[in-house]
Design a protein around this ligand. Structure first.
Ligand code: VG1
Ligand code: CO
Length: 542
Protein backbone atom coordinates (compact mmCIF):
# COMPACT_ATOMS: atom_id res chain seq x y z
CA UNK A 1 0.00 0.00 0.00
CA UNK A 2 1.46 3.27 -1.11
CA UNK A 3 0.52 6.75 0.11
CA UNK A 4 0.31 9.30 -2.68
CA UNK A 5 0.03 13.06 -2.85
CA UNK A 6 -2.61 14.10 -5.35
CA UNK A 7 -2.56 17.58 -6.82
CA UNK A 8 -5.93 19.27 -6.96
CA UNK A 9 -7.68 22.55 -7.75
CA UNK A 10 -9.96 24.12 -5.13
CA UNK A 11 -13.70 24.62 -5.59
CA UNK A 12 -15.14 27.83 -4.24
CA UNK A 13 -18.59 26.59 -3.20
CA UNK A 14 -17.78 24.26 -0.29
CA UNK A 15 -19.69 26.26 2.29
CA UNK A 16 -21.52 24.42 5.09
CA UNK A 17 -25.20 25.18 5.65
CA UNK A 18 -27.56 24.35 8.52
CA UNK A 19 -25.98 20.89 8.76
CA UNK A 20 -22.83 20.26 6.75
CA UNK A 21 -22.13 20.48 3.04
CA UNK A 22 -25.09 19.59 0.81
CA UNK A 23 -24.99 19.60 -2.98
CA UNK A 24 -26.40 17.76 -5.96
CA UNK A 25 -24.81 14.35 -6.57
CA UNK A 26 -23.54 15.73 -9.90
CA UNK A 27 -21.59 18.40 -7.98
CA UNK A 28 -20.09 15.84 -5.59
CA UNK A 29 -19.06 13.69 -8.56
CA UNK A 30 -16.82 16.39 -10.02
CA UNK A 31 -13.15 15.38 -9.99
CA UNK A 32 -11.71 15.59 -6.45
CA UNK A 33 -14.78 17.46 -5.10
CA UNK A 34 -15.44 15.04 -2.25
CA UNK A 35 -11.73 14.40 -1.70
CA UNK A 36 -10.96 18.12 -1.43
CA UNK A 37 -13.63 18.58 1.22
CA UNK A 38 -12.55 15.56 3.25
CA UNK A 39 -8.91 16.68 3.20
CA UNK A 40 -10.08 20.21 4.12
CA UNK A 41 -11.82 18.73 7.19
CA UNK A 42 -8.60 16.96 8.22
CA UNK A 43 -6.56 20.11 7.48
CA UNK A 44 -8.78 21.94 9.98
CA UNK A 45 -8.12 19.45 12.79
CA UNK A 46 -4.98 18.65 14.76
CA UNK A 47 -3.81 15.65 16.74
CA UNK A 48 -5.86 12.92 15.05
CA UNK A 49 -2.89 10.76 13.99
CA UNK A 50 -3.31 7.31 15.50
CA UNK A 51 -6.86 8.19 16.67
CA UNK A 52 -10.24 6.74 15.70
CA UNK A 53 -12.62 8.05 13.05
CA UNK A 54 -16.23 6.82 12.73
CA UNK A 55 -17.66 6.70 9.19
CA UNK A 56 -21.18 5.94 7.98
CA UNK A 57 -24.11 7.32 6.10
CA UNK A 58 -27.80 7.10 5.29
CA UNK A 59 -27.34 4.65 2.40
CA UNK A 60 -28.24 7.08 -0.34
CA UNK A 61 -26.77 6.96 -3.84
CA UNK A 62 -22.98 7.62 -3.81
CA UNK A 63 -22.75 6.61 -0.10
CA UNK A 64 -20.62 3.48 -0.61
CA UNK A 65 -18.42 5.07 -3.27
CA UNK A 66 -17.75 8.11 -1.08
CA UNK A 67 -16.86 5.86 1.87
CA UNK A 68 -14.22 4.06 -0.21
CA UNK A 69 -12.56 7.41 -1.01
CA UNK A 70 -12.77 8.58 2.60
CA UNK A 71 -11.17 5.35 3.84
CA UNK A 72 -8.18 5.91 1.57
CA UNK A 73 -7.77 9.56 2.53
CA UNK A 74 -8.16 8.79 6.26
CA UNK A 75 -5.50 6.05 6.08
CA UNK A 76 -3.15 8.36 4.17
CA UNK A 77 -3.73 11.01 6.86
CA UNK A 78 -2.71 8.41 9.49
CA UNK A 79 -5.84 7.79 11.47
CA UNK A 80 -5.22 4.75 13.67
CA UNK A 81 -8.66 3.13 13.40
CA UNK A 82 -11.64 3.57 11.15
CA UNK A 83 -14.95 2.30 12.53
CA UNK A 84 -17.44 1.91 9.70
CA UNK A 85 -21.09 0.82 9.84
CA UNK A 86 -21.78 -2.40 7.93
CA UNK A 87 -22.56 -1.67 4.29
CA UNK A 88 -21.71 1.94 5.04
CA UNK A 89 -24.90 2.40 7.06
CA UNK A 90 -25.07 4.51 10.22
CA UNK A 91 -27.93 6.77 11.21
CA UNK A 92 -26.81 10.19 12.45
CA UNK A 93 -27.66 9.37 16.10
CA UNK A 94 -26.02 5.93 15.86
CA UNK A 95 -22.84 7.53 14.49
CA UNK A 96 -22.89 10.13 17.26
CA UNK A 97 -23.27 7.39 19.87
CA UNK A 98 -20.41 5.30 18.39
CA UNK A 99 -18.09 8.32 18.40
CA UNK A 100 -18.60 8.80 22.12
CA UNK A 101 -18.73 5.13 23.07
CA UNK A 102 -15.54 4.29 21.19
CA UNK A 103 -13.80 7.53 22.24
CA UNK A 104 -13.22 8.47 18.62
CA UNK A 105 -11.57 11.70 17.55
CA UNK A 106 -14.65 12.44 15.47
CA UNK A 107 -16.82 11.10 12.70
CA UNK A 108 -17.84 11.69 9.12
CA UNK A 109 -21.53 11.22 8.35
CA UNK A 110 -22.66 11.02 4.76
CA UNK A 111 -26.17 12.28 4.45
CA UNK A 112 -28.30 14.98 2.95
CA UNK A 113 -30.97 14.01 5.48
CA UNK A 114 -34.41 14.79 4.07
CA UNK A 115 -33.19 15.99 0.67
CA UNK A 116 -34.13 13.57 -2.16
CA UNK A 117 -31.61 10.84 -3.09
CA UNK A 118 -30.61 9.04 -6.28
CA UNK A 119 -28.32 10.08 -9.15
CA UNK A 120 -30.32 13.28 -9.68
CA UNK A 121 -30.79 13.94 -5.99
CA UNK A 122 -28.57 15.36 -3.29
CA UNK A 123 -25.57 14.17 -1.35
CA UNK A 124 -24.11 15.58 1.85
CA UNK A 125 -21.24 15.27 4.25
CA UNK A 126 -20.95 16.49 7.83
CA UNK A 127 -18.29 16.23 10.49
CA UNK A 128 -19.07 15.39 14.12
CA UNK A 129 -16.66 16.17 16.96
CA UNK A 130 -15.41 13.85 19.72
CA UNK A 131 -18.57 14.75 21.66
CA UNK A 132 -20.62 13.26 18.82
CA UNK A 133 -21.86 16.77 18.11
CA UNK A 134 -22.19 18.58 14.79
CA UNK A 135 -19.11 20.65 13.98
CA UNK A 136 -19.60 24.11 15.48
CA UNK A 137 -19.84 27.15 13.26
CA UNK A 138 -16.22 28.25 13.84
CA UNK A 139 -14.96 24.83 12.69
CA UNK A 140 -17.18 24.69 9.60
CA UNK A 141 -15.97 28.21 8.75
CA UNK A 142 -12.36 27.03 8.95
CA UNK A 143 -13.13 23.97 6.79
CA UNK A 144 -14.72 26.19 4.13
CA UNK A 145 -11.73 28.54 4.26
CA UNK A 146 -9.26 25.67 3.85
CA UNK A 147 -11.27 24.30 0.93
CA UNK A 148 -10.72 27.52 -0.99
CA UNK A 149 -6.94 27.16 -1.14
CA UNK A 150 -6.41 23.41 -1.10
CA UNK A 151 -3.90 22.26 -3.73
CA UNK A 152 -3.27 18.63 -2.76
CA UNK A 153 -4.65 15.78 -0.72
CA UNK A 154 -3.28 12.44 0.43
CA UNK A 155 -4.72 9.12 -0.53
CA UNK A 156 -3.44 5.58 -0.93
CA UNK A 157 -3.32 2.93 -3.56
CA UNK A 158 -5.31 0.05 -2.21
CA UNK A 159 -8.26 -2.08 -3.24
CA UNK A 160 -11.78 -1.15 -2.19
CA UNK A 161 -12.84 -2.58 1.16
CA UNK A 162 -15.68 -5.09 1.42
CA UNK A 163 -18.07 -3.08 3.61
CA UNK A 164 -20.42 -6.02 4.15
CA UNK A 165 -18.03 -8.14 6.26
CA UNK A 166 -18.05 -7.42 9.99
CA UNK A 167 -14.56 -7.59 11.48
CA UNK A 168 -11.13 -5.99 11.46
CA UNK A 169 -8.38 -5.72 8.87
CA UNK A 170 -5.10 -3.77 8.90
CA UNK A 171 -3.71 -1.44 6.29
CA UNK A 172 -0.28 -0.11 7.23
CA UNK A 173 -0.73 1.27 10.72
CA UNK A 174 -4.50 1.75 10.35
CA UNK A 175 -7.11 -0.79 11.46
CA UNK A 176 -10.41 -0.83 9.60
CA UNK A 177 -13.23 -2.17 11.72
CA UNK A 178 -16.61 -2.87 10.17
CA UNK A 179 -19.29 -2.97 12.87
CA UNK A 180 -22.95 -3.90 13.05
CA UNK A 181 -24.77 -0.62 12.41
CA UNK A 182 -27.45 -1.22 15.02
CA UNK A 183 -26.09 -3.22 18.00
CA UNK A 184 -24.51 -0.41 20.01
CA UNK A 185 -27.33 2.04 19.42
CA UNK A 186 -30.04 -0.50 20.30
CA UNK A 187 -28.23 -1.50 23.49
CA UNK A 188 -27.92 2.15 24.46
CA UNK A 189 -31.65 2.74 23.97
CA UNK A 190 -32.31 -0.19 26.31
CA UNK A 191 -30.40 1.62 29.06
CA UNK A 192 -32.54 4.76 28.67
CA UNK A 193 -36.09 3.42 28.41
CA UNK A 194 -38.15 0.77 30.15
CA UNK A 195 -38.20 -1.89 27.42
CA UNK A 196 -40.14 -4.30 29.66
CA UNK A 197 -42.98 -1.80 30.05
CA UNK A 198 -43.07 -1.16 26.30
CA UNK A 199 -43.03 -4.93 25.61
CA UNK A 200 -46.06 -5.38 27.87
CA UNK A 201 -47.82 -2.60 26.02
CA UNK A 202 -47.47 -4.50 22.74
CA UNK A 203 -48.33 -7.81 24.40
CA UNK A 204 -51.59 -6.23 25.50
CA UNK A 205 -52.51 -5.49 21.89
CA UNK A 206 -51.22 -1.95 21.35
CA UNK A 207 -50.88 -1.42 17.59
CA UNK A 208 -48.37 0.67 15.67
CA UNK A 209 -47.00 1.41 12.23
CA UNK A 210 -43.64 2.96 11.50
CA UNK A 211 -42.64 4.42 8.14
CA UNK A 212 -38.88 4.34 7.51
CA UNK A 213 -39.46 6.05 4.15
CA UNK A 214 -36.90 3.70 2.49
CA UNK A 215 -34.17 5.56 4.35
CA UNK A 216 -31.65 4.67 7.03
CA UNK A 217 -33.88 3.82 9.99
CA UNK A 218 -35.59 0.71 8.52
CA UNK A 219 -33.08 -1.79 9.99
CA UNK A 220 -32.97 0.07 13.32
CA UNK A 221 -36.76 0.09 13.60
CA UNK A 222 -37.10 -3.59 12.64
CA UNK A 223 -34.57 -4.60 15.27
CA UNK A 224 -35.79 -2.33 18.06
CA UNK A 225 -39.56 -2.17 17.59
CA UNK A 226 -40.31 -5.57 16.06
CA UNK A 227 -37.55 -7.84 17.40
CA UNK A 228 -36.71 -6.37 20.79
CA UNK A 229 -40.05 -4.87 21.79
CA UNK A 230 -42.47 -7.24 20.09
CA UNK A 231 -44.34 -4.62 18.08
CA UNK A 232 -46.65 -6.18 15.46
CA UNK A 233 -44.71 -8.04 12.73
CA UNK A 234 -44.12 -5.92 9.64
CA UNK A 235 -45.31 -2.78 11.37
CA UNK A 236 -42.14 -1.22 9.94
CA UNK A 237 -42.94 -0.12 6.42
CA UNK A 238 -40.65 1.03 3.60
CA UNK A 239 -38.04 -0.72 5.69
CA UNK A 240 -35.11 -1.16 3.28
CA UNK A 241 -32.70 1.74 2.83
CA UNK A 242 -32.73 2.38 -0.94
CA UNK A 243 -30.21 4.55 -2.83
CA UNK A 244 -33.01 6.79 -4.11
CA UNK A 245 -35.38 6.21 -1.15
CA UNK A 246 -37.73 4.59 -3.68
CA UNK A 247 -38.54 8.08 -4.93
CA UNK A 248 -39.84 9.18 -1.52
CA UNK A 249 -38.82 12.47 0.06
CA UNK A 250 -37.80 11.22 3.51
CA UNK A 251 -38.95 14.18 5.53
CA UNK A 252 -41.51 13.23 8.15
CA UNK A 253 -44.26 15.82 7.97
CA UNK A 254 -47.88 15.98 6.88
CA UNK A 255 -46.95 16.62 3.24
CA UNK A 256 -44.14 14.15 2.61
CA UNK A 257 -45.16 11.31 4.94
CA UNK A 258 -48.61 11.21 3.37
CA UNK A 259 -48.74 7.42 3.07
CA UNK A 260 -48.41 7.12 6.86
CA UNK A 261 -50.77 10.01 7.55
CA UNK A 262 -53.47 8.42 5.34
CA UNK A 263 -53.13 5.12 7.19
CA UNK A 264 -53.38 6.88 10.56
CA UNK A 265 -56.62 8.57 9.51
CA UNK A 266 -58.18 5.42 7.97
CA UNK A 267 -61.05 3.60 9.75
CA UNK A 268 -58.73 0.74 10.78
CA UNK A 269 -55.92 3.03 11.95
CA UNK A 270 -53.60 1.65 14.64
CA UNK A 271 -53.01 3.28 18.04
CA UNK A 272 -49.66 4.79 17.15
CA UNK A 273 -47.88 5.96 14.01
CA UNK A 274 -44.35 7.23 13.59
CA UNK A 275 -41.80 8.01 10.90
CA UNK A 276 -38.22 9.21 10.63
CA UNK A 277 -36.22 11.18 8.09
CA UNK A 278 -33.38 10.20 5.74
CA UNK A 279 -30.62 9.97 8.36
CA UNK A 280 -32.78 9.07 11.36
CA UNK A 281 -32.41 12.20 13.43
CA UNK A 282 -36.03 13.37 13.10
CA UNK A 283 -39.40 11.81 13.81
CA UNK A 284 -43.13 12.32 13.58
CA UNK A 285 -45.76 11.10 16.04
CA UNK A 286 -49.37 10.35 15.18
CA UNK A 287 -52.13 8.83 17.23
CA UNK A 288 -55.28 7.20 15.92
CA UNK A 289 -56.62 10.01 13.67
CA UNK A 290 -54.48 12.47 15.53
CA UNK A 291 -51.33 14.46 14.70
CA UNK A 292 -48.87 15.80 17.30
CA UNK A 293 -47.04 18.98 16.37
CA UNK A 294 -43.30 18.89 17.07
CA UNK A 295 -43.66 21.75 19.56
CA UNK A 296 -46.33 19.84 21.50
CA UNK A 297 -44.20 16.70 21.34
CA UNK A 298 -41.27 18.50 22.99
CA UNK A 299 -43.63 19.86 25.63
CA UNK A 300 -45.01 16.38 26.37
CA UNK A 301 -41.53 14.82 26.60
CA UNK A 302 -40.66 17.60 29.05
CA UNK A 303 -43.84 17.11 31.07
CA UNK A 304 -43.13 13.40 31.60
CA UNK A 305 -39.31 13.19 31.54
CA UNK A 306 -38.96 12.86 35.29
CA UNK A 307 -41.05 9.67 35.14
CA UNK A 308 -38.22 8.02 33.14
CA UNK A 309 -35.45 6.90 35.54
CA UNK A 310 -32.68 7.96 33.10
CA UNK A 311 -33.82 11.59 33.50
CA UNK A 312 -34.94 11.55 37.14
CA UNK A 313 -33.20 14.27 39.12
CA UNK A 314 -31.55 15.46 35.92
CA UNK A 315 -34.04 18.00 34.63
CA UNK A 316 -31.91 21.11 34.09
CA UNK A 317 -33.79 23.04 31.44
CA UNK A 318 -34.90 22.74 27.83
CA UNK A 319 -33.89 24.50 24.62
CA UNK A 320 -36.01 24.98 21.54
CA UNK A 321 -35.06 26.65 18.32
CA UNK A 322 -36.56 30.11 18.05
CA UNK A 323 -38.93 29.20 15.20
CA UNK A 324 -40.38 26.38 17.34
CA UNK A 325 -43.73 27.29 18.89
CA UNK A 326 -43.27 27.91 22.59
CA UNK A 327 -45.56 25.24 24.08
CA UNK A 328 -42.67 23.88 26.16
CA UNK A 329 -42.10 27.27 27.80
CA UNK A 330 -45.32 26.91 29.82
CA UNK A 331 -44.40 23.42 31.02
CA UNK A 332 -40.98 24.70 32.09
CA UNK A 333 -42.47 27.68 33.86
CA UNK A 334 -44.64 25.35 35.93
CA UNK A 335 -41.58 23.23 36.75
CA UNK A 336 -39.52 26.33 37.47
CA UNK A 337 -36.88 25.38 34.90
CA UNK A 338 -35.16 27.63 32.32
CA UNK A 339 -35.83 27.69 28.59
CA UNK A 340 -33.32 28.68 25.90
CA UNK A 341 -34.26 29.79 22.38
CA UNK A 342 -31.55 29.09 19.80
CA UNK A 343 -31.12 29.61 16.07
CA UNK A 344 -32.14 26.80 13.72
CA UNK A 345 -29.66 23.91 13.51
CA UNK A 346 -28.62 21.31 16.02
CA UNK A 347 -25.13 22.69 16.51
CA UNK A 348 -26.55 25.50 18.66
CA UNK A 349 -27.77 22.99 21.26
CA UNK A 350 -24.39 21.32 21.77
CA UNK A 351 -22.84 23.77 24.23
CA UNK A 352 -26.03 23.75 26.33
CA UNK A 353 -26.18 19.95 26.38
CA UNK A 354 -22.50 19.55 27.20
CA UNK A 355 -22.63 21.95 30.14
CA UNK A 356 -25.84 20.49 31.59
CA UNK A 357 -27.81 23.66 31.05
CA UNK A 358 -30.45 21.58 29.33
CA UNK A 359 -31.80 18.04 29.49
CA UNK A 360 -33.96 18.07 26.37
CA UNK A 361 -34.09 20.13 23.20
CA UNK A 362 -36.10 20.30 20.02
CA UNK A 363 -36.91 21.98 16.76
CA UNK A 364 -40.16 22.57 14.91
CA UNK A 365 -38.92 20.40 12.04
CA UNK A 366 -39.60 17.22 14.07
CA UNK A 367 -36.20 16.93 15.71
CA UNK A 368 -35.83 16.30 19.44
CA UNK A 369 -32.99 15.08 21.59
CA UNK A 370 -31.48 15.03 25.05
CA UNK A 371 -28.13 14.83 26.77
CA UNK A 372 -28.07 11.11 25.89
CA UNK A 373 -26.20 12.24 22.77
CA UNK A 374 -25.37 15.47 20.98
CA UNK A 375 -27.45 14.93 17.83
CA UNK A 376 -31.18 14.87 17.43
CA UNK A 377 -32.55 11.36 17.57
CA UNK A 378 -35.71 10.11 15.88
CA UNK A 379 -35.98 6.54 17.24
CA UNK A 380 -35.15 7.79 20.76
CA UNK A 381 -38.07 10.25 20.59
CA UNK A 382 -40.44 7.52 19.41
CA UNK A 383 -39.28 5.22 22.22
CA UNK A 384 -39.80 8.09 24.67
CA UNK A 385 -43.41 8.38 23.53
CA UNK A 386 -43.96 4.61 23.76
CA UNK A 387 -42.48 4.67 27.26
CA UNK A 388 -44.82 7.47 28.35
CA UNK A 389 -47.82 5.62 26.88
CA UNK A 390 -46.75 2.41 28.63
CA UNK A 391 -46.39 4.23 31.96
CA UNK A 392 -49.58 6.27 31.84
CA UNK A 393 -51.83 3.95 29.84
CA UNK A 394 -53.03 7.06 27.97
CA UNK A 395 -53.42 7.45 24.22
CA UNK A 396 -51.46 9.93 22.08
CA UNK A 397 -54.57 12.07 21.78
CA UNK A 398 -55.33 12.06 25.51
CA UNK A 399 -51.75 12.97 26.42
CA UNK A 400 -51.80 15.89 24.00
CA UNK A 401 -55.25 17.17 24.94
CA UNK A 402 -54.33 17.02 28.61
CA UNK A 403 -51.31 19.19 27.85
CA UNK A 404 -53.55 21.77 26.14
CA UNK A 405 -56.02 21.79 29.04
CA UNK A 406 -53.29 22.27 31.60
CA UNK A 407 -51.17 24.91 29.85
CA UNK A 408 -53.26 26.28 26.99
CA UNK A 409 -52.72 25.27 23.38
CA UNK A 410 -50.11 26.91 21.19
CA UNK A 411 -51.52 26.40 17.71
CA UNK A 412 -48.69 26.35 15.20
CA UNK A 413 -47.80 25.62 11.64
CA UNK A 414 -44.68 25.68 9.49
CA UNK A 415 -45.24 26.57 5.86
CA UNK A 416 -42.41 26.32 3.34
CA UNK A 417 -42.20 27.89 -0.07
CA UNK A 418 -39.73 25.58 -1.79
CA UNK A 419 -37.98 26.18 -5.08
CA UNK A 420 -38.21 29.99 -5.10
CA UNK A 421 -35.90 31.98 -7.30
CA UNK A 422 -33.06 32.99 -4.94
CA UNK A 423 -32.86 36.57 -6.23
CA UNK A 424 -36.62 37.11 -5.92
CA UNK A 425 -36.70 35.67 -2.40
CA UNK A 426 -33.81 37.89 -1.37
CA UNK A 427 -35.47 41.02 -2.80
CA UNK A 428 -38.65 40.22 -0.93
CA UNK A 429 -36.82 39.81 2.38
CA UNK A 430 -34.74 42.96 1.83
CA UNK A 431 -37.89 45.01 1.39
CA UNK A 432 -39.57 43.27 4.31
CA UNK A 433 -36.58 44.05 6.50
CA UNK A 434 -36.74 47.73 5.61
CA UNK A 435 -40.46 47.80 6.35
CA UNK A 436 -40.31 45.93 9.68
CA UNK A 437 -40.26 49.03 11.95
CA UNK A 438 -43.20 50.59 10.12
CA UNK A 439 -45.52 47.68 11.02
CA UNK A 440 -45.30 48.32 14.76
CA UNK A 441 -48.60 49.49 16.21
CA UNK A 442 -50.50 48.78 12.97
CA UNK A 443 -53.57 46.59 12.80
CA UNK A 444 -53.28 43.94 10.09
CA UNK A 445 -56.16 41.53 9.47
CA UNK A 446 -57.44 42.05 13.01
CA UNK A 447 -54.03 41.66 14.74
CA UNK A 448 -52.08 44.50 16.35
CA UNK A 449 -48.33 44.31 15.66
CA UNK A 450 -46.49 44.82 18.96
CA UNK A 451 -42.87 44.23 17.97
CA UNK A 452 -40.73 43.32 14.95
CA UNK A 453 -37.05 42.57 14.52
CA UNK A 454 -34.18 40.40 13.38
CA UNK A 455 -33.21 37.46 15.59
CA UNK A 456 -29.60 37.74 16.83
CA UNK A 457 -28.11 35.09 19.13
CA UNK A 458 -25.26 34.94 21.60
CA UNK A 459 -24.39 31.45 22.85
CA UNK A 460 -24.77 31.60 26.66
CA UNK A 461 -21.84 29.19 27.11
CA UNK A 462 -19.27 30.11 24.46
CA UNK A 463 -20.29 33.72 23.86
CA UNK A 464 -20.21 33.06 20.11
CA UNK A 465 -22.61 35.14 18.11
CA UNK A 466 -24.91 34.14 15.28
CA UNK A 467 -26.28 37.05 13.31
CA UNK A 468 -29.42 37.52 11.25
CA UNK A 469 -31.11 34.24 12.12
CA UNK A 470 -34.57 35.24 10.91
CA UNK A 471 -37.25 37.92 11.12
CA UNK A 472 -39.96 38.02 13.76
CA UNK A 473 -43.25 39.81 13.97
CA UNK A 474 -45.02 39.71 17.31
CA UNK A 475 -48.78 40.22 17.34
CA UNK A 476 -51.18 39.98 20.23
CA UNK A 477 -50.85 36.40 21.50
CA UNK A 478 -49.32 35.35 18.19
CA UNK A 479 -46.07 35.38 16.26
CA UNK A 480 -44.82 35.03 12.70
CA UNK A 481 -41.18 34.05 12.17
CA UNK A 482 -39.47 33.86 8.78
CA UNK A 483 -36.13 32.60 7.55
CA UNK A 484 -34.47 31.11 4.49
CA UNK A 485 -33.63 27.41 4.65
CA UNK A 486 -29.96 26.49 4.84
CA UNK A 487 -30.21 22.89 3.68
CA UNK A 488 -31.31 23.21 0.05
CA UNK A 489 -29.02 22.57 -2.90
CA UNK A 490 -30.71 24.83 -5.44
CA UNK A 491 -32.97 27.90 -5.44
CA UNK A 492 -34.31 29.20 -2.14
CA UNK A 493 -36.78 27.84 0.37
CA UNK A 494 -38.58 30.35 2.54
CA UNK A 495 -39.87 28.94 5.82
CA UNK A 496 -42.67 30.78 7.59
CA UNK A 497 -43.50 29.69 11.14
CA UNK A 498 -46.83 30.64 12.70
CA UNK A 499 -48.01 30.33 16.26
CA UNK A 500 -50.95 31.58 18.28
CA UNK A 501 -51.78 30.67 21.85
CA UNK A 502 -55.28 29.80 23.01
CA UNK A 503 -56.26 29.33 26.65
CA UNK A 504 -60.05 29.27 26.36
CA UNK A 505 -60.95 25.67 27.20
CA UNK A 506 -63.73 25.54 24.62
CA UNK A 507 -61.38 26.55 21.79
CA UNK A 508 -58.69 23.91 22.11
CA UNK A 509 -59.61 21.38 19.46
CA UNK A 510 -59.77 23.34 16.24
CA UNK A 511 -57.95 22.22 13.13
CA UNK A 512 -54.63 24.01 13.50
CA UNK A 513 -54.21 24.99 9.83
CA UNK A 514 -57.66 26.59 9.85
CA UNK A 515 -56.97 28.31 13.15
CA UNK A 516 -53.68 29.75 11.85
CA UNK A 517 -55.17 30.92 8.52
CA UNK A 518 -55.76 34.58 9.59
CA UNK A 519 -52.05 34.79 10.43
CA UNK A 520 -51.14 33.44 7.00
CA UNK A 521 -53.11 36.34 5.58
CA UNK A 522 -51.02 38.75 7.68
CA UNK A 523 -47.85 37.21 6.25
CA UNK A 524 -49.13 37.55 2.69
CA UNK A 525 -49.95 41.21 3.23
CA UNK A 526 -46.70 42.22 4.86
CA UNK A 527 -44.42 40.21 2.57
CA UNK A 528 -46.14 40.71 -0.77
CA UNK A 529 -44.87 37.25 -1.57
CA UNK A 530 -47.05 36.88 -4.63
CA UNK A 531 -45.81 40.13 -6.12
CA UNK A 532 -42.15 39.27 -5.52
CA UNK A 533 -42.12 35.57 -6.37
CA UNK A 534 -45.32 34.82 -8.25
CA UNK A 535 -46.12 32.22 -5.58
CA UNK A 536 -49.19 32.62 -3.42
CA UNK A 537 -49.26 29.24 -1.69
CA UNK A 538 -46.59 27.24 0.17
CA UNK A 539 -45.51 23.81 -1.08
CA UNK A 540 -45.36 22.27 2.41
CA UNK A 541 -47.79 22.91 5.25
CA UNK A 542 -47.46 21.10 8.50
C1 VG1 B 1 -33.90 22.08 8.27
C2 VG1 B 1 -34.76 22.25 9.50
C3 VG1 B 1 -33.88 22.43 10.73
C4 VG1 B 1 -32.91 21.24 10.82
C5 VG1 B 1 -32.14 21.11 9.53
C6 VG1 B 1 -31.22 19.92 9.52
O1 VG1 B 1 -33.11 23.24 8.10
O2 VG1 B 1 -35.61 23.35 9.37
O3 VG1 B 1 -34.69 22.51 11.86
O4 VG1 B 1 -32.01 21.41 11.88
O5 VG1 B 1 -33.03 20.97 8.43
O6 VG1 B 1 -31.92 18.77 9.80
P1 VG1 B 1 -33.45 24.41 7.09
O7 VG1 B 1 -32.26 25.31 7.14
O8 VG1 B 1 -33.70 23.76 5.76
O9 VG1 B 1 -34.71 25.03 7.61
V1 VG1 B 1 -31.45 17.34 9.13
O10 VG1 B 1 -32.53 16.25 9.62
O11 VG1 B 1 -31.24 17.74 7.60
O12 VG1 B 1 -29.88 17.00 9.72
CO1 CO C 1 -31.98 14.50 9.34
Amino acid sequence: MEICTIKTQPYTDQVCGTSGLRKKVSVFKQPNYLENFVQSIFNSLTGFEGQTLVIGGDGRYFNAQAIQSIIKIAIANQFGRLIIGQNGILSTPAASHLIVKRKAFGGIILSASHNPGGPNGDFGIKYDTAQGAPAPQNLTDIISEKSKTIDHYWSCNMPDIDLSKIGEQSFGTTIIEIVDSIDDYAQYMETIFDFDAIRSLFQNGFTMIYDAMNAVTGPYAKRIFEEMLGAPKNCVQNANPLPDFGGLHPEPNLTYAKELVDKMYAPDAPDFGAASDGDGDRYMILGNRFFVSPADSLAILTEYADKIPFYQGKMYGVARSMPTANAVDYVLKAKNLPVYATPTGWKFFSSLLETQKITLCGEESFGSGSFHLCEKDGIWAILFWLNIIALTGKSVQTLTEELWKKYGRVYNSTQSYEGLDSEQAKNMLDVLEQNLPSFIGKEINGFIVTETGIFEYTDPVTGEQAHRQGYYILLDNARIFMRLSGTGSSGATLRVYYMKRETNSTELTHDSLTYIEPLVEVFKQISNIYMFTGRAEPSVRT
